[in-house]
Design a protein around this ligand. Structure first.
Ligand SMILES: Nc1nc2c(ncn2[C@@H]2O[C@H](COP(=O)(O)OP(=O)(O)OP(=O)(O)O)[C@@H](O)[C@H]2O)c(=O)[nH]1
Ligand SMILES: [Mg+2]
Length: 376
């Protein structure tokens, strides 16, 4: 049997999330309240007839504090799903109370915050409590307009569906829209599952990149680098132990097998190229001859150069290890490693030259690395 998709049901407090879930599931599974804040915890519900599970959530807007907590919880759910720490979310149902006839900038902002870790997660907007079909058109337009006007990072919803989950007592009005909601959801599930797969892959790479960068910045600004001066470039070997450690740590982030011969070869090639690279030497010589550089104290300049080299090595390692991790490499030759390092090294030295020439005050390894991170 196919694995069920997971749908996170969001919306303001009392919008009718739990009522909707009960109707879709076909049983009174989720607790429903009367304008009170009923659903405290997130819980998931399923039916053998559906290819998706519904996860009920705590509503927004009950109070500012609660909203913040609810948003944080949901943001975390989505993110943990991308990291396979929690069930993966494939779609959002965003419930908007049609009787309130308002869908605000604030609601879009809240939604965007929830989606931060995965901004392209598909959304279906459910216009709950759509008692009157005559109002559908206006309500749909209101939601569309608000998205168009205020959604900065979020695209348009996959669909906007008016739903009445439960007939009001003593009225002729009958439930509607549930079939269409289920059908639209099921029709979009395959795409949603594929997109989630891709989002998980991207998130994993981004996470690894960030972790590597944190290590790289730490190494580039460490006392060991600053203390490695004066460094005459041919003697850059002084940096080797620090670089080897950094590269090894980065290879661990990319889960490379430390006992594997290929991993060992890759690591030593990065150290070799990174410390004795002709490109690096040429770039640094050029940097040292840049007009204005003479005004900088030799030890500061050397520390900055050493920091920039370590930074370039760390950043290249991350790119290189990512390729190894993804298997996007040719194993016969290691020349591809050199071109990545040379490219990075050249780019970074150029950037450092720019920074130094534009800003001659307060030059330090920290400020340079900070600028490099920003421009990267
Ligand atoms: N008649 C009718 N009432 C509805 C419908 N949907 C929600 N309600 C009513 O609206 C109120 C709130 O509904 P809930 O389903 O508890 O709303 P919720 O979004 O889960 O609320 P919280 O869990 O507090 O965030 C209840 O009194 C429901 O009976 C509907 O389709 N028809
Ligand atoms: Mg509820």
């Amino acid at each position: 049997m196919k694995e069920k998709a997971n749908i996170l049901v969001l919306g303001t407090s009392g919008a009718g999330k739990s009522t909707l879930i009960n109707t879709v599931i076909g049983q009174e599974v989720a607790e429903v309240g009367k304008g009170k804040h009923v659903t405290e915890k997130m819980q998931s519900y399923e039916s053998p007839d559906l290819n998706f599970r519904l996860i009920d959530s705590r509503g927004f807007e009950y109070s500012a504090v609660n909203t913040r907590k609810a948003v944080k919880d949901m943001q975390k759910w989505l993110k943990d799903g991308l990291r396979d720490k929690k069930p993966r979310i494939h779609m959002l149902w965003f419930c908007v109370d049609a009787t309130s006839q308002r869908f605000t900038k604030q609601m879009v902002a809240t939604l965007e915050t929830v989606k931060k870790a995965w901004k392209d997660v598909p959304i279906i907007v459910v216009l709950t409590k759509s008692f009157f079909p005559a109002e559908d058109e206006d309500n749909i337009k209101m939601v569309q307009d608000t998205f168009l006007k205020f959604a900065k990072k979020t695209g348009m919803p996959t669909a906007i569906i008016p739903v009445l989950a439960q007939a009001p007592k003593g009225h002729e009005i009958v439930p509607r829209g549930i079939e269409k909601l289920i059908e639209t959801t099921e029709d979009n599930l395959d795409d949603a599952i594929r997109d989630a797969e891709e989002a998980v892959r991207k998130y994993d790479l981004k996470y690894k990149r960030i972790k590597s960068q944190i290590l790289t910045v730490g190494a580039a600004t460490s006392g060991a680098v600053v203390g490695a001066v004066p460094i005459d470039f041919p003697d850059a070997v002084i940096l080797t132990p620090l670089e080897t450690l950094l590269i090894t740590q980065i290879s661990k982030i990319y889960q490379l097998d430390q006992d594997d011969d290929y991993t060992k070869k890759v690591i030593s090639r990065i150290v070799e190229t990174g410390t004795v690279s002709m490109v690096a030497k040429a770039a640094i010589n050029k940097l040292k001859m840049t007009p204005g550089i003479v005004n900088i104290a030799a030890d500061v300049l050397n520390a900055v150069i050493a920091g920039a080299i370590v930074f370039a090595i760390g950043e290249s390692s991350s790119i290189i290890m990512e390729k190894v991790y993804l298997g996007e490499i040719e194993k016969q030759s290691l020349d591809w490693i050199d071109s990545i390092i040379d490219g990075k090294m050249g780019g970074i030295v150029k950037k450092v030259t720019e920074i130094i020439t534009n800003k001659k005050t307060n030059l330090s390894v920290k400020s340079i690395i900070h600028e490099l991170v920003k421009s990267n």
